[in-house]
Design a binder for this molecule. Structure first.
Ligand code: NCD
Ligand code: ZN
Ligand code: ZN
Length: 461
């Protein structure tokens, strides 16, 4: 991790977590693995936190104490990067903590996650964003990058001190009021202008609030039949269109969180054709699930933006395959049982995603032939790292590159059980579903953080 993380430490006298809090492991030898799922199986040696050798001679460089990962039948990819995670610390540690969320991330194959700002207190100051970074480094399973709020208290009225957060120990590089839309166009315009000057990313939760008053489900035949208040596609699309224009005029870039409609895909295409710097993510749940799930009124399916129709799911998959949508982000959103196991309209929106993301991408994109393993690496690791400007993540698997890696068994399957996931909360929409492919090991800067469904023990990080 390069860059200035020293400013605040000088003021506070604290130790400075530099991104090296996970010590470089001695050596890891990954045997008989297919890199990007291509070519013949080979060996990959990792020493000093970097990829030291690839090929039949790699094993010769491993010392006797090297940890061995058997990669037979498995695929090696760059560690995943999640631009959209809710870790609930500070404030709702009864649903997730940086510790438990980091474990879920490592088990899901992630080496970096971005923790959203809608905590309590809100991450609208360097005190909070620095804490999140430091705590993530202490836990030592994944780099937890804090997302800073765009506006004070997520209230949408006054810009937060973006520059202070960007220059703090936590070095904030992404700002978002996620959970809320920055709906005032003048505030959004100013945020984009500042973000350009600071070279940071603004990520928009695109929801025109006047169109979603009381909304709990996608506006369409299903919601009408079930008597649920509808959330029109236009609530999302009008903000995507508006923000594309604001980004154009500010000469800034803007990132769209959790794209959910076919119309958003069309707008992204249009904006790109105009040379506008706009990027977008899609969640695993919007790639797999549609609003037919609502029939049971089970609030585990309540999420913002809502599950849409099968035609939207189809358009999102195609958009991701074609690169119109840049990447997959989980929007991992843990909630307490009392906030989910209640009447649909009273439940909090959001669902778990970190440990199931890869399997959903395999089932919706890889198995149908919309992406190959290179494509999976691109949408889950390379593009997100590029979008946010992380120079040590999403790198090619080549000698001399940082060893942030994930080992995947493509041929296995597993059945999801909420209580068995590492998250404190259990609100997975995939309960009892059997999913393809599983992460078998994750390597962060040359150190194994997760292996065979278990994270590295605390005393050994
Ligand atoms: N996605 C959700 O339904 N909920 C998120 C907020 C958000 O991403 O908008 C949450 O914080 O729970
Ligand atoms: Zn959101
Ligand atoms: Zn979110």
């Amino acid at each position: 991790m390069s860059g200035n993380r020293t400013g605040d430490a000088v003021l506070t006298g604290d130790a400075v977590p530099t991104g090296d809090a996970v010590p470089a492991g001695s050596a890891v030898l990954i045997r008989d693995v297919r890199v990007y799922g291509e070519g013949e199986p080979t060996d990959v040696l990792v020493t000093g936190g970097i990829v030291a050798a690839i090929g039949p001679d790699a094993a010769a460089g491993a010392g006797e104490d090297a940890e061995i990962l058997d990669g037979a039948g498995q695929v090696l990819l760059p560690g995943f990067v999640d631009l959209h995670t809710h870790l609930r610390e500070p404030g709702r540690e009864d649903t997730e903590t940086i510790d438990s969320g980091s474990a879920a991330a490592a088990l899901g194959g992630y080496t970096a996650v971005f923790a959203m700002a809608n905590t309590s207190p809100v991450a609208d100051s360097a005190v909070v964003t620095d804490h999140v970074w430091r705590r993530g480094q202490e836990v030592g399973l994944v780099d937890v990058h804090p997302v800073g709020a765009v506006t004070v208290g997520l209230a949408g009225e006054q810009l937060a001190e973006m520059a202070t957060m960007a220059s703090g120990v936590g070095r904030v590089r992404m700002f978002s009021d996620d959970g809320h839309c920055v709906h005032d166009p003048l505030i959004m315009r100013r945020a984009l202008e500042y973000s350009s000057a600071l070279d940071v990313l603004v990520a928009q939760h695109a929801e025109e609030p006047r169109l979603t008053v009381g909304s709990v489900a996608h506006e369409g035949p299903t919601a009408a039949r079930l008597g649920l208040t509808g959330w029109p596609r236009a609530a999302e699309e009008s903000i995507v269109a508006r923000d594309a224009l604001l980004a154009r005029d500010a000469g800034a870039r803007v990132h769209i969180c959790h794209a959910s409609t076919a119309g958003t895909v069309e707008l992204l295409k249009w904006a790109r054709s105009q040379g506008i710097s706009i990027t977008a993510e899609v969640t695993p749940h919007h790639l797999l699930l549609d609003d037919s799930r609502l029939e049971t009124y089970d609030a585990v399916n309540r999420v913002n933006p809502p599950l849409r129709e099968a035609s939207d799911v189809e358009a999102l998959r195609r958009g991701l395959a074609e690169g119109v949508i840049d990447c997959v982000a989980t929007d991992h959103a843990p909630h307490a049982e009392q906030d989910k196991c209640c009447e649909f309209a009273a439940a909090r929106p959001g669902m778990l995603g970190l440990e199931t993301a890869l399997s959903i991408v395999v089932s919706t994109m890889l198995r149908p032939g919309l992406l190959d393993w290179r494509g999976v690496a691109k949408v889950m690791s390379e593009r997100p790292a590029e979008i946010v400007g992380l120079d040590d993540q999403g790198r090619p698997i080549e000698v001399g590159e940082p060893a942030n890696l994930v080992l995947v068994d493509p041929d296995t399957e597993w059945t999801v059980h909420g209580p068995e996931l590492a998250s404190v909360a259990n609100n997975t929409p995939y309960e009892s579903m059997t999913l393809p492919a599983k992460v078998t090991a994750t390597v962060l800067r040359g150190r194994i953080t997760a292996r065979d469904g278990k994270v590295r023990p605390k005393g050994d990080r």
